[in-house]
Design a protein around this ligand. Structure first.
Ligand SMILES: *Cc1c(COP(=O)(O)O)cnc(C)c1O
Length: 339
């Protein structure tokens, strides 16, 4: 089959959750939004539940659907987007808990689902989602299952924003008896001051930075479907962006930007034949990559673009983006193998 093989190492995923869990004395939840960072929310969540996770976070209520089906009724599913208009039925049916992020949402929730649990999301300086300090009063937290906020710069341990947001969170939640959560992956690594009652890592579970000690979860192998000799002066691919100065061997590989290998990688990223790097030659097209394999003794039947040789963050660097975007862009044409 001329399609790539995306292998997802579920034991590495579980080990990453356990490693992050060992870093704090509090509950470790799991963020599985965007289809489990592109790796399949159902499989991911089931594995993490077996490892011990009891609380899961998604971005929007529709993502809770696959999750509830995979997890059964017991685990807690929290929704970052809160209680938006039109979402009441989904929250109710899926028994998902909205993290309410404005006075309007609190009013909507209280009138539409008065007996349904809710959490609160506070803005402590990121100015993205959450109740602002000037709208906030601690009475709002009465009956809440969780009060949370999110750090803007947790991947930069020395950034002033971390202590500023910590101080703001402490001030806004002083005296509350409700469980609190501030840390995602980055915040978990910042240490116990940031852990409160629950950490909620995402990207570190999937092998991404800032969790530098994470085990690699994703391997992506792409089949070589044609090999040719390119003569000096000949060009390869769209726009003739690669031109051979001397005789080159070019392998054409089945995967492209429609599979999440974004066009910004053109001329920058490399694939691997075993341990040997092989640079892209020319532009990434929708379904194909062209790779310079002149230096190989033998052209293998596949090349590896993600794995122990190259992490999601290293590939992301080549494309000028972050590991999160590489993961959540992984396409649907790959054969997915859960190992
Ligand atoms: C995505 C997200 C997380 C998880 O962040 P990672 O950096 O992937 O660990 C946690 N909390 C909120 C509010 C998020 O949006």
């Amino acid at each position: 089959m001329a399609t790539g093989t995306l292998t997802i190492d579920l034991s590495a995923l579980a080990e990453n959750w356990r490693a992050l869990d060992r870093m704090s004395a509090t509950e470790t939840a799991a963020v599985v939004k965007a289809d489990g960072y592109g790796l399949g929310a159902g499989r991911v969540a089931k594995t993490l539940a077996e490892a011990g996770a009891r609380t899961f976070f998604v971005a929007i209520p529709s993502e809770a659907c696959a999750l509830r089906a995979a997890l059964g009724p017991a685990p807690v599913i929290n929704v970052f987007a809160g209680h938006q208009e039109g979402c009441t039925q989904a929250l109710k049916d899926l028994n998902a808990i909205p993290m309410l992020n404005s006075p309007e949402q609190i009013a909507r929730h209280t009138s539409a689902l008065p007996d349904h649990p809710f959490g609160l999301q506070l803005d402590t300086g990121m100015n993205r989602l959450g109740i602002e300090a000037y709208d906030w009063s601690p009475e709002m937290a009465e009956g809440a299952t969780l009060v949370m906020s999110h750090l803007a710069c947790a991947d930069e341990p020395d950034h002033d924003a971390n202590s500023d947001q910590l101080r703001a969170f402490l001030e806004m939640t002083a005296g509350l008896l409700v469980p609190r959560s501030l840390a995602a992956t980055g915040g978990t690594l910042l240490g116990p001051d940031f852990h409160f009652d629950m950490t909620r890592p995402g990207v570190g579970l999937y092998g991404g930075l800032p969790f530098a000690d994470a085990q690699s979860v994703v391997t992506l192998e792409l089949p070589v479907i044609q090999t040719r000799t390119v003569q000096p002066g000949e060009a390869v691919g769209y726009g003739q962006a690669f031109r051979a100065e001397d005789t080159r061997t070019i392998a054409t590989v089945s995967a492209g930007y429609a599979d999440g290998l974004i066009r910004a990688m053109s001329g920058k990223a490399q694939l691997f034949a075993g341990e040997t790097p092989c640079p892209l030659a020319g532009r990434v097209s929708m379904d194909l990559l062209t790779v310079d394999v002149t230096h190989l003794e033998r052209v293998p039947d596949h090349l590896t673009i993600l794995g122990a040789q190259q992490t999601v963050d290293q590939l992301a660097d080549a494309a000028g983006t972050i590991g999160y975007e590489i993961l959540t862009s992984l396409g649907h044409r790959y054969t997915r193998v859960y190992a």
